[in-house]
Design a protein around this ligand. Structure first.
Ligand SMILES: C[S@@+](CC[C@H](N)C(=O)[O-])C[C@H]1O[C@@H](n2cnc3c(N)ncnc32)[C@H](O)[C@@H]1O
Length: 292
């Protein structure tokens, strides 16, 4: 089990490689359990739509800490296998450890960029992703590369966020933070990031240009438990640790930070109940096929 992999921050996704290794990756490792509780339901529903049957060979794109890779490995069983691919060394290190500890023998991991990695050609039945495909500098090139890893007839299924405005679990706390700290100007709608695939016309165009057919969208709308915790203060702490707010708060003085905590807590409190802070989320499950 290699735990010493490194990846150079170069190539078209150099910025994302730096981000997911130096900033976001270590946080995702620390908060893996919480993030999984927040995302599990959406991921599982997308996986159901992928229609995995035993014996299939699967790619898990942007597999992160490996939760979906392990679940896919169970679904395909010992006659199939899963390759999880990700650019984040710390997240993959945890994924490998979890697979090892669980005795999972039909999953392996590759520290590589899904946009440029030379997959063994035309061999995989399915490419899946839970929120791992919105970060490519050139999404057409990336999905073209992924398609080449599929056999003709192979399937693509992933879940991605709809727009920020349709995701109050993110927009409400951000608005509360913005009362005290200037947020960076929003990235362009096509810029790599969590909401880059909000526009279904754009995503449909990307996939068709990359050689996929039968592109289909399904809306998943349901509340999620913010920070995967029943505790209000832990949910607030989670929100202030993840995403862009931590970098902003690191530069703010103590007084401003206290005001931000108070405002985010006040914005979350009306949505807090026995299960935690429950707020609406909207995602797409996107499916497509490589028909050749
Ligand atoms: C929002 S996280 C989701 C992680 C995981 N799929 C999950 O649901 O827990 C996005 C993941 O995509 C990975 N990623 C971003 N760009 C990538 C690329 N070009 N190739 C492979 N993985 C990438 C990140 O390192 C990160 O692990």
């Amino acid at each position: 089990m290699s735990t010493t992999d490194t990846i150079a921050a170069d190539g078209p996704n150099a910025e994302q490689i730096r981000y997911w290794n130096e900033q976001a990756g270590p946080k995702w490792v620390t908060l893996q359990d919480r993030l999984d509780q927040q995302l599990d339901e959406l991921g599982r529903r997308a996986m159901d739509r992928a229609g995995i049957v035993p014996g299939e060979t699967i790619l898990d794109l942007g597999c992160g800490c490996g939760t979906t890779t392990l679940e896919l490995a169970q679904r395909t069983g010992e006659t199939g296998n899963v390759l999880g691919i990700d650019i984040s060394a710390p997240m993959l290190e945890l994924a490998r450890r979890r697979a090892h500890d669980a005795g999972t023998r039909n999953a392996r991991f590759e520290l590589a960029d899904a946009q440029t990695h030379q997959f063994s050609c035309a061999s995989r039945d399915v490419a899946f992703s839970r929120f791992g495909v919105m970060f490519f500098a050139d999404p057409v090139a990336a999905f073209d590369n992924v398609r080449r890893a599929l056999r003709p007839g192979g399937r693509l299924a992933f879940v991605c966020w709809q727009s920020l405005g349709q995701n109050p679990w993110m927009s409400l706390p951000l608005a509360a933070v913005a009362q005290h700290v200037a947020l960076p100007p929003p990235a362009g709608p096509d810029a790599p990031g969590p909401f880059a695939f909000a526009d279904r016309e754009r995503v449909s165009g990307i996939l068709q240009e990359a050689g996929f057919t039968d592109v289909a969208f399904e809306t998943l709308e349901e509340p999620i438990t913010v920070g995967g915790t029943p505790d209000l203060d832990q949910a607030v702490e989670f929100l202030l640790t993840m995403g862009p707010t931590q970098a902003l708060l690191a530069q703010a003085d103590e007084g401003v930070r206290a005001q931000v905590v108070q405002s985010v807590r006040a914005a979350m409190a009306p949505h807090h109940g026995p299960k935690g802070v429950r707020l609406p989320a909207a995602a797409w499950v996107v499916r497509a096929r490589y028909s050749r």
